[in-house]
Design a protein around this ligand. Structure first.
Ligand code: NAD
Ligand code: TDX
Length: 332
């Protein structure tokens, strides 16, 4: 492998992965990104121009995708519409990018016999009860709840069918909730951090007892590279770092970092169809491919993330205003 096409490489996780590739391998990287509201060119600043280039375009643009896939040794497909709340307001771009975009890339990977790694989410499995002793494994049946997770589930199934029917050399990973620098302020942790920086109260959906299984974005990137290099074709790997926390506990930790009282937050309108709990069993990835997360300590990762948002206000300030007016319209 000499070069990799990274779709969605100007987004939160994709840009972290591009940086990881450039610093830990000698691969050249092409980013294909439409630069939607969720993207940030700045997240790719400082990368060497002779090893990393950005092509602004759509993963559903078949001629462009065919040209790019045909000149690369592997594709790592991050590009997606990624926010559940947006998918409840308008599912249209979710169907277009997550389903049609993935289909377009798979057809190009088939034509050119290019290695394909598909990035997906634990949300394809639906949710667990709070007291369920089980966690998601690669054998858990698909049961997505939202338009977002349904389109991600559909995209996973397209990949699996292209492996079986056409012999495409693909792998899939389903990861839990990521946190870290460069995450859009629409998402839970950056939203609450930026509320607190602004002296406002965090905003918690419903009773706030919903559990997410947090993983630092650096750990997601190292897991994806491990699968790209050593994963078995046709296999799915779950990525997680044993980071289950309920939303109220995360908010309590953030309030403590800002020296605010533990109950200094608002309960706001719940998300429609809000999944109760996600939990990942990542034994397969750990035992078969030898991957281990490096960010064991959520408290330290969270404190570092707060510092990053404090230091990079210029980056998030404009999107914060637009995001909060969107949330205000829906009572959240
Ligand atoms: P993000 O919204 O921050 O970034 C998505 C990127 O995709 C943006 O740069 C955007 O411009 C680009 N994009 C969107 N539509 C496009 C199109 N039609 N053509 C080309 N580029 C397009 O998302 P993220 O949080 O970085 O998520 C990346 C991937 O990881 C997604 O596939 C998501 O489903 C998956 N994932 C995310 C999480 C999480 O916690 N954020 C967890 C598991 C899996
Ligand atoms: O203001 C908020 N208040 C709140 O209580 C927001 C934005 C969210 N929440 C809750 C909803 C969830 O229980 O926090 C939890 C996390 O919410 P999000 O950050 O929107 O993430 P989630 O819906 O869990 O999905 C995320 O993880 C899986 C990513 O956005 C997906 O792209 C990924 O697939």
């Amino acid at each position: 492998m000499r070069n990799v096409l990274v779709t969605g490489g100007a987004g939160f996780i994709g840009s972290n992965f591009v940086r990881h590739l450039v610093t830990t391998t000698d691969l050249d990287v092409t980013v294909l990104d439409k630069l939607t509201y969720a993207a940030s060119r700045e997240s790719l600043d400082g990368l060497p121009a002779d090893r990393c280039r950005l092509v602004v375009g759509d993963v559903a643009d078949a001629p462009l995708v065919d040209d790019l896939v045909g000149t690369h040794d592997a594709v790592v497909h991050f590009a997606a519409e990624s926010h559940n709340d947006n998918s409840l307001n308008d599912p249209t771009p979710f169907v277009q990018t997550n389903l049609v975009g993935t289909f377009t890339l798979l057809e190009a990977a088939r034509r050119h016999d290019v290695r394909f790694h598909h990035i997906s989410t634990d949300e394809v499995y639906g949710d667990l009860d709070l007291d369920d002793p089980q966690r998601f494994t690669e054998a858990t049946p698909y049961n997505p709840s939202s338009p977002y997770s349904a389109t991600k589930a559909g995209s996973d199934l397209l990949v699996a069918a292209w492996v079986r029917s056409f012999g495409v050399r693909a792998t899939i990973s389903n990861c839990s909730n990521n946190y870290g620098p460069w995450q859009h302020v629409e998402k839970f942790i950056p939203r609450q951090i930026t509320q607190l920086i602004d002296g406002l109260r965090p905003r918690v959906y419903g009773d706030g007892l919903n559990v997410r299984d947090w993983i630092h974005v650096d750990d997601h990137s190292s897991a994806v590279l491990t699968i790209l290099e050593r994963g078995a074709i046709g296999e799915t790997y779950l990525i997680g770092a044993d980071g289950e926390q309920n939303n109220r506990d995360v908010v309590a930790q953030l309030l403590a970092i800002f020296g605010r009282d533990a109950d200094d937050f608002e309960h706001v309108t719940d998300r429609a169809g809000h999944d109760r709990r996600y939990a990942i069993d990542s034994s397969k990835l750990r035992t078969e491919l030898g991957w281990q997360p490096q960010f064991g300590d959520f408290a330290t990762g969270l404190a570092d993330t707060v510092e990053w948002y404090r230091a990079n206000e210029g980056w998030w300030r404009t999107s914060k205003a637009a995001t909060e007016s969107m949330y205000a319209r829906q009572g959240q």
